[in-house]
Every structure is written in structure tokens, then in C-alpha cells.
Write a protein that binds this ligand. Sequence first.
Ligand SMILES: [Fe+2]
Length: 134
Amino acid sequence: MGLIWTASLATGVDWQDSQHKDLFCKINEFIEAINRGKTQGDLLGLFNFLSNYVRTHFKQEEVAMDKHGYPGTVAHKALHKTFMDNLSVLQKGLREQEDIHKLTMQARKLLSDWFYDHVAKMDKNLGGFLVTKR
Ligand SMILES: [Fe+2]
């Protein structure tokens, strides 16, 4: 089963919520592609799109943190960086056709478990702070 966005995940910040919803859809597409046994080329295309989207999304969150002096900025940015580093390792592996089965399992875990958890906790805190700054 893929990621399901529910109202309890809403941060209250419109752009953040709509990007999170989009990302859930894109992550689900990627997971479905894995489940359907899509080719390495297809998976890599979806993965590249996803990682670019995530990078842009993280950047926008970080600009908002800096702009408003969010107290949790350092910790939140560190988590974004670790996630992007992990994505890069997976992307390289997919590109170089390492053990695709193992890589896709790792990608699925990272994208669905980590990302869901991040939205539910870190981003909810951030959004709660940002709505007070409007
Ligand atoms: Fe975040």
C-alpha cells in the first residue's frame, strides 16, 4: 500500500500541504512502478523526477525557516541533507544498475517510511510555526 495523505498531516501552510500531497502521489507512482516490475530506465526516470521535486520542496521550506527565524532550523536542515544524501546514493545505484531489487526495497522504505514520518512530525512543527508568522 502506498502513502495516504490525511487531514491530520496538514500543516496549515497551503504551499507546503499541496507539495506534500503531490509528493505522496509521486512516491506512490514510483512504488507502483516497482511493484509492476518496471524497467530500470522507467524507475530511474521517476526517481529523478521525484528527487528534483524533493530538492525544490526542501529548499522552499528552508527559505521559509530562514526568513522567519524558525528555532528548529538547524536540526530540520540536517534531516533534509541526510535524506538527500541517501537519495543520491540510491540514484547512483539505480543509474549503475546495481542490485535493483535491493535498491528498490531501500528506496521504498526511505520514500514512504521516512518521508511520511518527516511530514507527520518535523513539517507539522514547522508549519505550526509558519502559520503564526502570516
Ligand atoms: Fe521538511
